[in-house]
Ligand binder design. Structure first.
Ligand SMILES: Nc1ncnc2c1ncn2[C@@H]1O[C@H](COP(=O)(O)OP(=O)(O)OP(=O)(O)O)[C@@H](O)[C@H]1O
Length: 257
């Protein structure tokens, strides 16, 4: 990959996306401004239906905005070549990553696939082994198929698949929701390690404000497609200003004293 002179950036400006439904129109995302940079971690929180997944689809160029644009390293994210370049540098961990694995294919084949698709130069066997090691799995897992992995191992393989092309920015959609506490903490530690030691940029989408705080320096709160509050993640959790942020904070489970 030809590296840009500065840090890799992904920016959304004035992003708006409206869906037509049988009962009318739904503006899922409305005028959203955000930027994710290599080395920085940005959290996006919001209640169900607030537009988080739609925002992600726009940033990944899976969907096109009705208004506004996505800029990858300052250039509009349109056209096949630019999208291909962005997809290698900006990878994605889907909601429920474990079930996104192909049950018929070995771990090795699943990790090689993005390398082939994005025509990543270099020794693919080595890149695959490195990615597995980054998520704390040994080469004995290479021949296994998804059904031969534990839930936690499958989750790690899905994250390794996102890391194998050596992205500079990772977009994670509810990557720890639905996980039991030890596994949730393991995945958060893994992402934090990639962020802090590897300088990976993160866009971490979650309704779990404590997870956001543990990973992200900054966060923004979405409600009905709009950014209603943004700032340092600590500040949002400790002194929320907008009623939606307050509701999200009140929903954080508290440990008994
Ligand atoms: N393809 C679509 N067609 C019609 N409406 C849609 C479509 N995708 C999303 N929406 C609507 O847009 C709004 C935002 O949805 P979105 O999935 O982006 O929210 P979300 O914050 O990710 O929700 P959740 O946390 O429940 O996953 C919702 O009202 C949803 O019903």
């Amino acid at each position: 990959m030809i590296r840009p002179a500065g840090p890799t950036t992904l920016r959304g400006t004035g992003l708006t996306r409206t869906y037509r439904t049988r009962s009318g129109e739904v503006t899922a995302v409305c005028g959203v401004e955000l930027e994710v940079r290599e080395g920085e971690a940005l959290g996006v929180v919001g209640p169900s239906g607030s537009g988080k997944s739609t925002l992600l689809s726009l940033l990944l160029a899976v969907e096109r905005p009705d208004r506004g644009e996505v800029l990858f390293n300052g250039a509009p994210l349109t056209g096949r070549q630019q999208i291909r370049r962005a997809r290698q540098a900006v990878q994605y961990i889907p909601q429920d990553p474990a079930s996104s694995l192909d049950p018929r294919r070995s771990v090795e084949r699943q990790l090689r696939e993005p390398l082939r698709r994005f025509r990543v130069p270099g020794d693919h066997s080595r890149l695959v082994r490195d990615a597995l090691e980054q998520v704390g799995l040994g080469t004995e897992h290479l021949d296994r198929r998804a059904h031969e992995l534990s839930g936690g191992q499958a989750q790690r393989v899905a994250i390794a698949r996102a890391l194998v092309t050596r992205p500079r920015i990772l977009l994670a959609d509810e990557a720890v929701s639905g996980l039991d506490l030890p596994l949730r903490n393991q995945v958060l530690d893994l992402l934090q390690d990639q962020h802090v030691r590897g300088g990976l940029g993160l866009l971490f989408i979650s309704h779990d404000l404590t997870a956001v705080r543990s990973l992200c320096e900054r966060a923004l709160v979405l409600d009905h497609g709009q950014v209603v509050e943004e700032g340092p993640a600590d500040r949002l959790l400790e002194s929320p200003r907008h009623p939606t942020t307050r509701q999200l904070v009140d929903a954080v489970p508290r440990l008994p004293a």
